[in-house]
Design a protein around this ligand. Structure first.
Ligand code: PBG
Length: 331
């Protein structure tokens, strides 16, 4: 007893009651921070499960409405669209076609859920026959030639109804190129969320399956970042700030909390984190095997991203997370 009295500092005092635990909680979440990435495919009456991402589907444009309505009802206010075209070519012309799959999807989404905030992923990899994120010169991705096409892609998405564009290609100078194009065409108010700190990551595996966008040869290491690097992440972030990005993204999220924090502390832009397909699928499959509790792990991962400094959390679990936030289970 005598000894206990010496123990003045007792952190456990603040953990003894659930009301108190919530009062002293440091990270609070709101459904308005969530973005749901959604895959849209050519064809009609399609809702097909993505085999590498249990519980995620490819929707044809005419079937988008059911998912969009569900999201709205759950309080998810923003969606990021990925198009899966029927035809691919060397120069990814489907990416900037007026009647391209993602352009059709934007028009439809605006029609059926006008209150949803729509974000366009700007990249070529789903649209090129070789699966790289830009046009090739020999075996190399030609940076400067790709910039023109990315700017055209961003413009076509905005013209189709995208409220914001998010370049994910990792070419140098793409934020500036897109900004210039949008400004020239009068879209000065459309923000750019740059996939600023994007690593060459094996966590994208299931996505490439979902979007049929794996590179036909080589890898993405000549344009996406080496995951050993921290200072380079800050360089990328600083360049995008200079080029006119409005929001900076770190991707993936789960293994990169250190960089979410650093980008947050060293810039004054909002920070987005993308919890990618591999993170999602690891949770789904491990939970299915009975080794973890899916909902608890999902909540813990989200809290860690927000604790690291995330303002905008892009996740395939958006709808389920919104429910947990609403029910007070998290945040
Ligand atoms: C397009 C793009 C990718 C992802 C988002 N945009 C794939 C890639 O870079 O290979 C990955 C998203 C995910 O894994 O959930 N370049």
């Amino acid at each position: 007893m005598e000894k206990n009295l010496e123990l003045v500092r007792r952190p456990r005092r603040l953990r003894g009651n659930s009301v108190l635990r919530k009062m002293v909680r440091e990270t609070r979440m709101d459904r308005s921070s969530l973005v749901y990435p959604m895959f849209v495919t050519e064809g009609t009456n399609i809702k097909e499960e993505i085999s590498s991402m249990m519980g995620q589907y490819r929707y044809s444009v005419d079937r988008m409405e059911e998912k969009l309505t569900e999201l709205c009802d759950a309080g998810v206010t923003s969606v990021m669209l990925f198009g899966i075209p029927d035809q691919k070519d060397e120069v990814g012309s489907g990416a900037y076609a007026q009647d391209g799959i993602v352009q059709k999807a934007f028009r439809r989404a605006k029609e059926v859920c006008p209150e949803l905030y729509l974000i366009g992923d700007v990249c070529m990899c789903e649209y090129t026959s070789h699966g790289h994120c830009g046009v090739l010169h020999g075996q190399e991705v030609d940076n400067d030639k790709t910039l023109e096409l990315l700017a055209k892609t961003a413009l076509s998405q905005v013209q189709a109804g995208a409220d914001m564009v998010a370049p994910s290609d990792m070419m140098d100078g793409r934020v500036a190129a897109i900004r210039r194009m949008l400004d020239q065409k009068g879209y000065i108010q459309v923000p750019i969320m740059s996939y600023s700190v994007k690593f060459a990551s094996s966590f994208y595996g299931p996505f490439r399956d979902a979007a049929d966008s794996a590179p036909a040869f080589g890898d993405r290491k000549s344009y996406q970042m080496d995951y050993h690097n921290r200072r380079e992440a800050l360089k990328e972030a600083a360049l995008d700030v200079e080029e006119g990005a409005d929001i900076l993204m770190v991707k993936p999220a789960m293994a990169y909390g250190d960089l979410i924090r650093e980008v947050k502390d060293r810039t004054n832009l909002p920070v987005a984190a993308y919890s990618v397909s591999g993170e999602y699928s690891m949770v789904k499959t491990t939970a299915k095997a009975g080794f973890i509790d899916e909902t608890s792990v999902m909540c813990e991962m989200a809290a860690s991203a927000f604790r690291a400094g995330t303002d905008i959390y892009i996740t395939y679990f958006a709808q389920e997370l919104a429910k947990c936030i609403e029910e007070g289970r998290i945040g």
